[in-house]
Design a protein around this ligand. Structure first.
Ligand SMILES: Cc1cc2nc3c(=O)[nH]c(=O)nc-3n(C[C@H](O)[C@H](O)[C@H](O)COP(=O)(O)OP(=O)(O)OC[C@H]3O[C@@H](n4cnc5c(N)ncnc54)[C@H](O)[C@@H]3O)c2cc1C
Length: 456
């Protein structure tokens, strides 16, 4: 491996963004009225816009830049309820009943995407795969054994599966969840955008929401001062805008991770894989735009803005893993992005504050925003059309009973960020955009606001 020339350069390129057939939309240039205003054109915003338009609601979706060019365009795109090792932890932190609801909700999200792809005939490279967590160390194997007990308690369709893995190295232990899914997120969401148009939904790009005023009237104010008067607003901007009180800033941590897609000499494994050991190695197959099967390797995550390594080293770490086990011939794509995690690892989906049920959010997907994002769209749509949703209370952002332990360890691990935030809104971490390296992320000051996280 040492001495082998890497094909990774300083210009990242997401394999999903190679799909260029997403339509373009004008920016909003006048003030308008609608029933539902949606801020953000990622997986949450687009599925929500589709479901609401389908339910007969008048919908306007605004995107600050290009559709599907946020985290959703830079993901790994596994749709699974197997979120690494989470169920043992969830049973301990939120209890068995809620942990089961979390699993059920994510299966509902997975099935929604599958069903929409079939019903709307969207060609999005969707395939059903078994999903595995694997351990290469004894410590990792112990964690998998604990997780397998959680699977039994929650009646999860899966279990220990050391003999079922299709990996070219020895694993100490493995845990499978059957019948999960992988897909191409940009192709899928582009298909949905076409349907939103057919249903009369309005979509605007290059239209950044500055704030939402929730007083007598509910109004989105855009950067060019167009006003969108709404009955309800969904904030699907990844990090919630309008966080003047900093409520969400202190309840969300930000983590960046990296991905490569490469041509290999060895066979690419069948299935979805993620390591129980650190650093994380997440694997799946992916088709290039020419239809060539590549390996996608993701991981090497770290708290945003806090890595001691250069960005390119993270890509190299993934590439070296691929060289060691799959004999990489050439790395064709590499990209990175960041996601947000909540105090208890359960996303915040629903009303933004207890005071108002007109302003709704969905965030904190902990790098599992494909199934969770679809669940979010379902919950928010049900709330807007005033239909019961069995998962709403689990994800309620205003839930107060977050158990002490996770909150304590969260606060400890985010103590420096929280301290900086409280004592003058992250003065110490706020960088200028120019300070960021190509493809690096960090907290920056944008138009006088410091609580923005951005990547180049
Ligand atoms: C490397 C990596 C790998 C991942 N792999 C997986 C995986 O395999 N499976 C999985 O389930 N999840 C995965 N995730 C997580 C998943 O990709 C995210 O949780 C999900 O894409 C978030 O979607 P979103 O719609 O909330 O945000 P986004 O896709 O970021 O969409 C938000 C949109 O809002 C827009 N916006 C922001 N501010 C404004 C504003 N003021 N006005 C208007 N628009 C605005 C942005 O431009 C953006 O387009 C991964 C994440 C990362 C980082």
């Amino acid at each position: 491996m040492i001495g082998k020339k890497s094909s990774i350069n300083i210009f990242p390129k997401s394999i999903w963004r190679e799909f260029k057939e997403t339509p373009s939309f004008d920016s909003l240039q006048k003030s308008v009225e609608t029933e539902v205003g949606i801020i953000g054109g990622g997986i949450v915003g687009i599925i929500s816009a589709y479901l609401l338009a389908k339910a007969g609601k008048k919908v306007i979706l605004i995107e600050a830049e290009k559709l599907i060019d946020g985290v959703t365009g830079f993901t790994t795109a596994k749709i699974t309820a197997q979120h690494g090792l989470i169920y043992d932890e969830l049973i301990k932190s939120i209890g068995q009943e809620k942990a089961k609801l979390y699993y059920d909700a994510n299966l509902v999200g997975l099935n929604l995407i599958k069903q929409l792809a079939v019903d709307l005939n969207i060609d999005c490279d969707l395939s059903e795969e078994n999903s595995f967590v694997f351990a290469q160390t004894k410590e990792g194997a112990q964690k998998i054994l604990a997780e397998s007990e959680a699977y039994k308690k929650l009646a999860i369709d899966g279990g220990l599966a050391k003999k079922e893995v299709d990996l070219p190295f020895v694993v100490e232990e493995a845990l499978v969840m059957y019948n999960q899914v992988q897909f191409h997120p940009v192709k899928f969401l582009t298909g949905l955008v076409e349907e939103i148009k057919k249903l009369g939904g309005q979509v605007y790009e290059n239209t950044r929401a500055l704030k939402v005023i929730d007083q007598e009237e509910l109004v989105i104010v855009t950067e060019n001062m167009s006003l969108i008067s709404c009955d309800k607003v969904i904030i699907a901007s990844h990090y919630p805008i309008n966080d003047n009180e900093g409520i969400y800033f202190t309840r969300l941590s930000v983590n960046r991770s990296y991905a490569i897609a490469a041509r290999t000499k060895k066979d690419i494994p069948v299935g979805l894989y993620i390591s129980a050991d650190q650093p994380t190695r997440s694997l799946r197959s992916v088709l290039s735009k020419e239809g060539e099967k590549l390996i996608l390797i993701a991981g090497d995550g770290h708290a945003t803005g806090r890595s001691k390594s250069k960005t390119i080293e993270h890509y190299r770490n993934l590439e070296e893993f691929g060289e060691a086990y799959f004999d990489i011939k050439e790395t064709l794509y590499h990209w990175s992005s960041q996601d947000l995690t909540t105090l208890d690892k359960v996303p915040y989906i629903g009303r933004k504050t207890v005071e108002s049920n007109r302003l709704l959010i969905a965030t904190g997907f902990n790098k599992w925003g494909m199934s969770n994002g679809a669940v979010a769209a379902l919950i928010l749509t049900d709330q807007i059309v005033e239909k019961e949703n069995e998962f709403a209370s689990l994800f309620d952002p205003t839930r107060s009973k977050i158990k002490k332990e996770p909150a304590k360890s969260f606060i400890k691990s985010n103590a420096s960020v929280a301290k900086e935030f409280i004592s003058g809104k992250i003065e110490k971490t706020a960088k200028a955009v120019a300070d960021l390296e190509k493809d690096e992320g960090g907290m920056i000051e944008f138009k006088g606001e410091k609580n923005k996280s951005l990547s180049r």
